[in-house]
Design a binder for this molecule. Structure first.
Ligand code: BGC
Length: 474
């Protein structure tokens, strides 16, 4: 059974005055929004840019895959490096590095005269994505007031979905000639903006305390959350840090004492991907094509609005409820909806296959059912496994291994995303469309059972209180 939450203690929790959203917290939010937005845009834009790139460089199929997937490879490397960086040089400076890499990588891609330079640009952007994916939510989780932490980290997810949506829109508008240069280069602007807001953003008081800089931590805390009893707050952080015992090595992250948060972080990260989200995000056009939406414009329209637009809107549900209903309720409810939707898509594809033996002339009844079921899947993912995964990953690790713990979980997420996007089409070829969606549905069921028994509720608890959960027997 899930472990019970420890009682909230007023000695650790600040009074409600400290829960207000101050202008400095808005700056923190801006860091999160730009990072997530760039992550989503860079993930979504390549499908539309590929046509032009292929035409310009006459790429062999292997190089097309490299151009597509090296962002993911870079993100994996960036995520692993970011844990070390975030612990050593701080969360804020790590975000600054991510902003610089986004800008540089976007410009290198936009101006690339040859394939090798384009690939280098993809890798640089990827590293930026990975670094930001670790540092920005971590930064938000450490700076947000406890009662708003879920919302702050969910805002990161909201920004990812807006980024994907914008990329779909841009893909729809521009697909001719050298427009790909603009598509890829466009993220230099938000990259620069991210660098700009990170420059003025406050430092994480928790990280400053870890560096034995109590006076600086007090100054930052007073600035970010005036009204909070900052002495009590810093004392609580200090006690937690003392309990943890100073700087940790990599082996500490894998120490059996922290096995539970590590397995929860990695487990959620992997389940988020193997339940199929990116198979749908990347290959929506092809799925709709098979379901009978044969014209390019009908595919672009359903993908942009039914997948991209709905994904943004449904994330707002999570933002509204994550700190009220809690993480577990959203995860468990969302997974039920995801499993049912995927099972229905699987059934619908049986009929699509029978009726047309491939693409139909117009969406059949089964095609329309597929569309509705995929919309259902996206809604359920967007209020559960999408935002809650990132929220939980960023709140479960004790301070001294938080950076590296988040990095390992994020790298597991990118690794799984890479495998799913790489093998989705192959799997369809081997076991067929229906069975592929049923495999994803089965993973939803497994995720449900595992979360029910293994993932405790973390709503309303300070980061210091959450660490106490790992002392209780599982
Ligand atoms: C996932 C991404 C996914 C996105 C879709 C994120 O939480 O990590 O892989 O593309 O959600 O909205």
């Amino acid at each position: 059974m899930p472990s019970a939450a420890p009682p909230a203690s007023s000695a650790v929790e600040p009074p409600p005055t400290g829960q207000r959203v101050t202008p400095w917290l808005v700056v923190v939010l801006a860091v999160v929004l730009f990072s997530g937005g760039l992550f989503g845009y860079d993930q979504g834009v390549i499908s539309g840019a590929l046509h032009g790139i292929k035409a310009r460089f006459s790429l062999a199929p292997m190089l097309v895959e490299v151009v597509t997937s090296w962002v993911t490879l870079g993100a994996l490397l960036g995520a692993l490096a970011a844990g070390e960086l975030a612990d050593r040089i701080g969360r804020k400076r790590t975000v600054l590095i991510a902003g610089a890499m986004f800008t540089l990588g976007s410009l290198v891609q936009a101006l690339a005269p040859a394939t090798a330079i384009l690939v280098a640009g993809r890798l640089i952007v990827g590293i930026g994505v990975g670094v930001a994916a670790v540092a920005a939510p971590l930064y938000a989780a450490e700076l947000a007031p406890t009662a708003l932490r879920g919302r702050f980290v969910s805002a990161y997810q909201l920004a990812i979905t807006i980024g994907i949506f914008l990329a779909y829109l841009v893909d729809g508008w521009l697909s001719q000639g050298d427009a790909w240069r603009f598509m890829l280069g466009a993220s230099a602007v938000p990259g620069l903006l991210l660098f700009g807001v990170a420059l003025i953003a406050p430092k994480s008081p928790r990280w400053l305390m870890k560096m034995n800089r109590r006076a600086d931590a007090a100054a930052e805390l007073r600035k970010i959350r005036p009204g909070v009893d900052f002495k009590a707050r810093l004392d609580a952080i200090e006690t937690a840090l003392r309990r943890e015992g100073g700087r940790a090595s990599w082996s500490e992250v894998f120490h059996h004492q922290w096995r539970r948060p590590l397995l929860i972080g990695i487990g959620l990260a992997i389940f988020q991907q193997i339940t199929g989200i990116n198979a749908i995000i990347y290959y929506a056009d092809q799925i709709f094509d098979a379901a009978g939406f044969v014209t390019q414009s009908s595919q672009t329209t359903v993908t942009t609005w039914a997948i991209g637009g709905v994904n943004v809107l449904a994330t707002l549900i999570a933002i509204a409820f994550i700190d009220r209903l809690g993480r577990r309720k959203l995860l468990l409810a969302g997974l039920v909806g995801m499993a049912i939707s995927l099972a229905v898509v699987g059934i619908a594809f049986r009929f699509i296959g029978n009726a047309a033996g491939g693409a139909a002339a117009a969406p059949s009844g089964a095609g329309i059912v597929t569309l509705f079921a995929l919309v259902g899947f996206i809604i359920c993912f967007a209020f559960s496994m999408g935002p809650v995964t990132w929220t939980v990953i960023n709140e479960i690790f004790p301070g001294h291994i938080r950076g590296r713990g988040v990095a390992v979980a994020t790298a597991a997420n990118w690794g799984s995303a890479f495998l799913v996007s790489q093998f989705f089409l192959t799997l369809i070829g081997v076991i067929g469309d229906s069975s592929t969606f049923w495999v994803f549905a089965l993973f939803c069921v497994l995720a449900w059972v595992w979360i029910y028994f293994r993932v405790p509720e973390t709503k309303g608890q300070s980061l210091e209180q959450i660490q106490q959960l790992w002392k209780a027997p599982a």
